[in-house]
Design a protein. Structure first.
Length: 307
């Protein structure tokens, strides 16, 4: 009897857990659609502004903008400070989503330190901030107020001070570690070199970097008239381009978080269903055994009375 009571309690507990994970899966599915729409809306603008910058840039023009000039290595008198901007989520229950991002950030930090740089960590998201606090690693910037609905203002707050430091010559580079949203099931960590612009050809900034270095492939002349001049337009586009890079990283990480949580909660719901089947089968067998034993005792007692 004690065994069947324990099984009933276990079955009720698993049923409650399955209801919770099922509800979280449905919530993440609802939020994922909106976040995915934001990612889809942000990508065409990023491609268009990169295309325009590639059309405007030339090696001579690139020399006039500090953001486009590669930094001097630290061994040759260049700045020694580099920044790694890590974007994680504020909440867990998303499988290995945050752990993979943190691992990628630490690997990038190790590479920069090996190259002779002093690395500052800028952490966005409660999970990343708490991890570095747990391991005793100081972070230069901790933001847990952005959440899963980032705006262009948030991106400006993150990139603006770093752009000013790079232009002043006190910052060597900025790498952003975020989750690249390929699909609901594929959200791998990605390291994107944001400063200097086009410093790491990682699918963003490659066209601008090639044009600045005179290595861009020949293209058809742009079908628009430049007013007032290329230098003025480029000066206005560069801040928007950098802000958009960080904004894309924020929205893609938000969408990836919901996708990872949806997958994790679906797996948990399925696992709870499988466990319920096993527990129910075990309970039925135990109950059947008890009933059989009780019937045997009744029959045996009746035979003893008759005898």
């Amino acid at each position: 009897m004690a065994k069947t009571r324990a099984l009933r309690r276990r079955i009720r507990s698993v049923e409650s857990t399955r209801k919770i994970t099922r509800a979280m899966e449905m919530v993440s599915t609802s939020k994922l659609k909106r976040a995915q729409d934001r990612v889809t809306a942000a990508r065409p603008y990023a491609r268009a502004i990169e295309q325009v910058m590639g059309d405007l840039l030339s090696p001579e023009l690139a020399e006039r903008f500090p953001l486009l000039r590669p930094p001097v290595p630290p061994g040759k008198g260049g700045p020694r400070r580099a920044v790694v901007l890590l974007i994680t989520s504020n909440r867990g229950l998303a499988g290995a989503f945050n752990a993979n991002l943190i691992r990628a950030a630490r690997e990038r930090e190790a590479e920069l330190r090996e190259a002779g740089y002093e690395v500052d960590i800028h952490a966005v998201g409660r999970k990343g901030v708490n991890f570095f606090r747990f391991v005793g690693r100081a972070v230069a910037l901790a933001r847990i107020d952005i959440g899963d609905r980032p705006t262009a203002r948030h991106a400006e707050e993150l990139i603006g001070p770093l752009v000013a430091e790079y232009e002043a010559g006190s910052l060597a580079s900025l790498d952003v570690v975020f989750a690249h949203f390929k699909s609901v099931l594929s959200t791998p960590p990605r390291v994107l070199r944001v400063l200097p612009v086009g410093g790491m050809e990682d699918g963003c900034g490659g066209t601008a970097a090639a044009a600045a270095q005179g290595a861009a492939p020949p293209r058809r002349a742009p079908a628009y008239i430049i007013r007032p001049d290329a230098e003025s337009l480029l000066g206005a586009l560069l801040p928007q381009y950098l802000r958009n890079q960080v904004f894309r990283a924020l929205v893609e990480t938000a969408a990836s978080e919901h996708g990872a949580r949806r997958t994790a909660m679906k797996n948990a719901t399925d696992a709870a269903g499988d466990m319920l089947e096993i527990l129910t089968r075990t309970y039925n067998r135990a109950r059947q055994g008890q009933i059989t034993q009780e019937l045997s005792e009744i029959v045996g007692g009746a035979e003893a009375l008759e005898g």
